[in-house]
Ligand binder design. Structure first.
Ligand SMILES: [Zn+2]
Length: 108
């Protein structure tokens, strides 16, 4: 039995202003997440298509640079891609309708 007045973490009540705030922060978070494609795919494309760049710079620094960028991007993504309300990681979808933990809505 739950004690009277018990509020589950799963169904936390937010004010309308907070909900609006979470939606705006989610949009910003998703922008950062999408922007990650540039440092992740840019060097990969360069590596695949830019044989000339590889010839000029050498393969090893290009591979190291790509690996470093991927590691930084993965770390940033892990920290960035979280619910603005409860900070739970949002998984592998880029457009979740709501948080899997606290159920705060992201789409209007
Ligand atoms: Zn949440």
């Amino acid at each position: 039995m739950l004690a009277p007045g018990h509020t589950s973490r799963m169904r936390k009540r937010y004010t309308e202003k907070q909900k609006k705030d979470f939606k705006e922060r989610f949009i910003q978070t998703r922008r950062y997440q999408i922007a990650l494609a540039v440092p992740v795919f840019g060097p990969l494309l360069l590596l695949l298509a830019g044989k000339r760049a590889v010839a000029d710079l050498g393969l090893q620094p290009m591979l190291l640079g790509t690996a470093l960028l991927l590691a930084v991007a993965a770390g940033f993504s892990w920290l960035n891609w979280r619910c603005p309300a409860c900070r739970k990681h949002l998984g592998w979808t880029l457009n979740p309708p709501c948080c899997p933990r606290c159920r705060v809505e992201f789409s209007s």
